[in-house]
Design a protein around this ligand. Sequence first.
Ligand code: RP5
Length: 162
Amino acid sequence: MARVGVIMGSISDWETMKHTCSTLDELHIPYEKEVISAHRTPDEMFTYAKTARDRELKVIVAGAGGAAHLPGMVAAQTTLPVIGVPIQSKALNGLDSLLSIVQMPGGVPTATVAIGKSGAKNAGLLAARIIGAFDHDIADRMKNYRENMKQSVNEMRDELAD
Ligand code: RP5
């Protein structure tokens, strides 16, 4: 059963949001993925957000670009944690997306990660950490993930020394 809901405003966001999904794959965390647009399919967005907890999702990751209201609007309709990923838009390079997501008025928390690929990857890791706070198996997988990162730096040092 999916524990993370990964949604995005357009298929054009997939190039970025696939990094959230590959991170969740790496950690063996089941997820579902869907295109849901705040302005093109508002009714579906409300239904998705309102049914998310009953469908046993634990975290929602929402990617959007431009006037990126999807994460905040979803957060307004659920009590689950919502992580917004600012997509690197063409016109303003993602600064518009970032500010739209991060500047939520007090009362409706929406976690915000970096613009683009790094943010999408970190959204997957943050979702894993949130679930890992209550799930020891996933917490252990996060520990391994960090160990692997440490190992990769050791390999860089070896390469530099060669
Ligand atoms: C937003 O508009 C989407 O999240 C996407 O980043 C942006 C552009 O959408 P398309 O015109 O590529 O469908 O809703």
